[in-house]
Design a protein around this ligand. Structure first.
Ligand code: ACO
Length: 323
């Protein structure tokens, strides 16, 4: 028997402290005007001293479980996407599992940087579709503030911290509602390795390192590959772009969102944008935006939603979901 992975709950969590563009202009040679014009970002949340990626993940996961009407006893799989784990090992998901009180199944981290949530959702979907798990928590959680070079104005203004989560439940395929993950698409092209990376790591330098990026090149690749991912994911499902109720993109830069919308002729009113208030929260950005739009009532049960992202690797992908 095959199963369909249905999103039965969403949740998110942001650290309390907010850093505005004016705050950043006190630290580096930048301005609110430049940041808003080039990125659409007005502010971002930043984790407090001692606040870890796992803390954000746990809070988001609890909210998603409550929203789903499920408890830790139901969960038999946790896939946590992060590029900013608490420690080199064990996996941050192990700490999350223990804190939530989940005692069965597997929990592991998955690393695809800003595309991490799409990769994690697709991975969990494959477990559920094959009957290898019944109830999965899929989490994207990041503390990018820890790996930013706060002297580099071209990168430190772009990112924020946060977490988002969904609860997936395996339902028998062909269930009358038609709800669930309909199609997914993942790609990696390692030739883009040096366009966006962190210059530290246990094997290469023995340090944590700081984020480095060729912003212009990443921008061009993002518009091209995200457009490809959207078109391919819809083609696999036999769904026309016009049928999609909501696009929930990775929130990197408003200009990337606008560039993709122009290229594919998407209606901007159907695109969920949270980048102004969250900045780029990497693997957390898609579930954060999804949670925002579900809670404010824009995304309703039965809506057709397309999520997509591009990140370091380069990695990119998309998923089509009937909510
Ligand atoms: N404030 C003021 N000036 C700045 C700042 C800043 N914060 N940052 C850069 N500048 C300057 C540059 O030094 C440069 O000055 P110069 O002309 O004197 O040399 C000038 O602004 C223009 O720099 P560009 O890099 O050409 O600016 P651009 O319009 O490309 O915007 C940006 C830069 C915002 C980084 C853009 O390239 C971008 O968004 N790229 C996508 C990267 C991204 O989103 N990465 C996230 C991870 S991947 C993902 O999530 C999709």
């Amino acid at each position: 028997m095959t199963f369909r992975s249905v999103v039965i709950g969403v949740g998110s969590h942001l650290p309390e402290a907010v850093v505005t563009n004016d705050d950043l202009a006190q630290r580096v040679d930048t301005s609110d005007e430049w940041i808003v014009a080039r990125t659409g970002i007005h502010e971002r949340h930043v984790a407090a001293v001692g606040e870890k990626t796992s803390d954000l993940a746990i809070a988001a996961a609890r909210r998603a479980l409550t929203h789903a009407g499920r408890t830790a006893a139901d969960v038999d799989l946790i896939v946590l996407a992060t590029a900013t784990p608490d420690l080199t090992f064990p996996a941050t998901s192990a700490r999350v599992q223990a804190a939530l009180g989940v005692t069965k199944g597997a929990a592991f981290d998955l690393h695809a940087v800003c595309s991490g949530f799409i990769f994690a959702l697709t991975t969990a979907d494959n477990f559920l579709a094959r009957g290898q798990a019944k109830t999965a928590l899929v989490i994207g959680a990041e503390t990018f503030s820890r790996i930013l070079d706060w002297e580099d104005r071209s990168t430190c203004v772009l990112f924020g911290d946060g977490a988002g989560a969904v609860v997936l439940e395996a339902h028998e395929d062909g269930a009358a509602s038609g709800r669930g993950i309909i199609s997914t698409f993942l790609r990696t092209d390692g030739r883009g390795h040096d366009l966006l990376y962190v210059d530290g790591g246990p094997s290469q330098t023995g340090t944590v390192g700081k984020l480095r990026m060729q912003g212009n090149a990443v921008f061009r690749q993002a518009v091209e590959h995200i457009s490809e991912a959207i078109v391919e994911t819809c083609a696999r499902a036999g769904v026309a772009l016009a049928e999609i109720d909501w696009f929930v993109p990775h929130q990197a830069n408003q200009r990337i969102l606008d560039g993709v919308a122009r290229r594919l002729n998407l209606d901007k009113d159907r695109i969920v944008s949270t980048v102004a208030l969250h900045g780029n929260t990497s693997a957390a950005s898609v579930p954060l935006a999804l949670d925002t739009a579900v809670r404010d009532g824009r995304i309703k049960p039965g809506d057709l939603v397309l999520i997509e992202a591009l990140g370091g690797g380069l990695t990119w992908g998309a998923a089509l979901i009937r909510m």
